[in-house]
Design a protein around this ligand. Structure first.
Ligand code: HEM
Length: 422
């Protein structure tokens, strides 16, 4: 069965992702009736939609055929794609790890990979715990109510990732604003106009954001080439491939992905986790009684939030997927949100369960582009909950959480809670 116009238009609509019932209904129908089909949405080039867990994994694995950089790596309408082509001569505005393939991707990823291994991160554990305690203390001081998203979930991962990157604390508000603009140009609460905008206007806003980021990171390169340190930004500034520093575009793409990939994603997951805790009081009790349930809790919050809704791939040769013939040049959406609710893999997928088999979800992707910061994300979330949960005795919602409007990275931007301190 083909994808109906209504569903095609839903999965490209940023507002649909701010309404879980609407987006979940669309993807549930697709998984059942049209799990891997072409969507023809108004204003968009046609694209295949992989909605099932197995198909998402299969496409990610075949990275020699399904490339990140041969087309737009994220969903964009025709006008936005034309705009990017006109400005860069390439399919993507930024050339970061997620828009590069093959050897260049491998070489670039290898520059920071060692710094993101669990072993390397272990050295940061106490420092991150100190940051978590500061945020927990500040939250407890606000008892009995706070907006968990604004007061904790958005600030803590930002502070952590900025520490890892080597960005001074006083630059954090600037980095937060630019990341939110980068991920939410369509969302009036996130973009710099404060208004609803068209796809093309959103791309214009993105370009302004990029220029601000480039100016900032130009200074970062100068600083760390003069005085190298062990942080990620210094590794990027001083990295050489075949004896040469990275090109300007490679370096900017790298700084931008490192600075932006790590906090909205983790923030959305942390906010969604508190939302789930407020709705499932037995989970809070279970975690307090049995700290070994923490790993399952963190993993389920990542599946539950699936803050990265999709990435796109472009086929560079004909290929068969799920019995369908994909042609060279076809554009493919990997819906992590849908794959993480696949009834064939997750028992009762719309329930929040912390005792599921671990590591089944695809919220971090898979294959050569699998999230570089996954161990950092898990570790910082675990530490936050280890510090916070012993100090909470009860938590409930004090209002309706509000989700970001975005087809790409989204989650709760407000989570009003009422809580009692243990
Ligand atoms: C819960 C939090 C997070 C989620 C759900 C998440 C999800 C993802 C996903 C889905 C991808 C693309 C994978 C693919 O194409 O197969 C990705 C890539 C990436 N993530 Fe994360 N991420 C998170 C946190 C972080 C953190 C903390 C960092 C640290 C800086 C980070 C850095 C990156 C980078 C650099 C890439 C590009 C990797 C590449 O293309 O080789 N992420 N992430």
């Amino acid at each position: 069965m083909s994808i109906s116009k209504e569903i095609a238009n839903t999965i490209v609509d940023p507002r649909a992702y701010a309404n879980l019932a609407r987006i979940d209904a669309a993807f549930t129908t697709l998984r059942k009736d049209a799990p891997f089909e072409v969507a023809e949405a108004d204003g968009f080039d046609p694209f295949w939609v992989a909605t099932r867990h197995a198909d998402v994994l299969e496409i990610e694995k075949r990275a020699d055929v399904f490339l990140n950089g041969a087309g737009s790596a994220t969903l964009a309408d025709k006008a936005a794609n034309a705009f990017v082509h006109a400005v860069t001569g390439e399919p993507n505005l930024v050339r970061s790890l997620v828009q590069i393939d093959g050897k260049e991707h491998k070489d670039l990823r290898a520059i920071t990979f060692p710094a993101f291994t669990p072993k390397a991160l272990k050295a940061l554990e106490e420092q991150i715990r100190g940051i978590a305690r500061e945020f927990v203390d500040a939250m407890i001081a606000k008892a009995p109510e706070c907006d968990f998203a604004r007061d904790v979930a958005f600030l803590y991962p930002l502070r952590v990732v900025m520490k890892v990157l080597g960005v001074p604390e006083e630059h954090e508000p600037f980095m937060l604003k630019l990341t939110q603009e980068l991920f939410g140009p369509n969302d009036p609460d996130m973009n710099r106009t404060g208004k609803e905008v068209t796809g093309e206007e959103a791309m214009n806003l993105l370009q302004q954001t990029m220029l601000d980021l480039e100016a900032y990171f130009g200074e970062v390169t100068k600083t760390f080439r003069t005085k190298p340190e062990s942080c990620i930004n210094s590794l990027i500034a001083n990295a050489k491939i075949d004896g040469e520093y990275l090109t300007h575009r490679q370096m900017m793409g790298y700084y931008i992905i490192a600075a932006t990939a790590g906090h909205d994603t983790t923030a959305n997951t942390t906010g969604a986790a508190m939302w789930a805790l407020a709705q499932n009081p037995e989970v809070l009790r279970q975690l307090k009684e049995d700290p070994s349930a923490m790993t399952g809790f963190v993993e389920e919050t990542i599946r539950w939030a699936s803050p990265v809704k999709h990435f796109m791939r472009t086929a560079i040769a004909d290929a068969e997927v799920a019995g369908q013939q994909v042609k060279k040049g076809d554009w493919v959406m990997l819906s992590y949100h849908s794959a993480n609710r696949d009834e064939d893999v997750f028992d009762d997928p719309f329930a929040f369960k912390i005792d599921r088999p671990i590591h089944k979800h695809v919220a971090f992707g898979s294959g050569p582009h699998v999230c570089l910061g996954q161990h950092l994300a898990r570790m910082e979330m675990r530490i936050l909950w280890e510090e916070l949960l012993p100090r909470l005795s009860e938590v409930s919602l004090a209002g309706e959480p509000k989700l970001t409007q975005s087809t790409f990275v989204c989650g709760p931007k407000t989570v009003p809670i009422r809580f009692t301190v243990a």
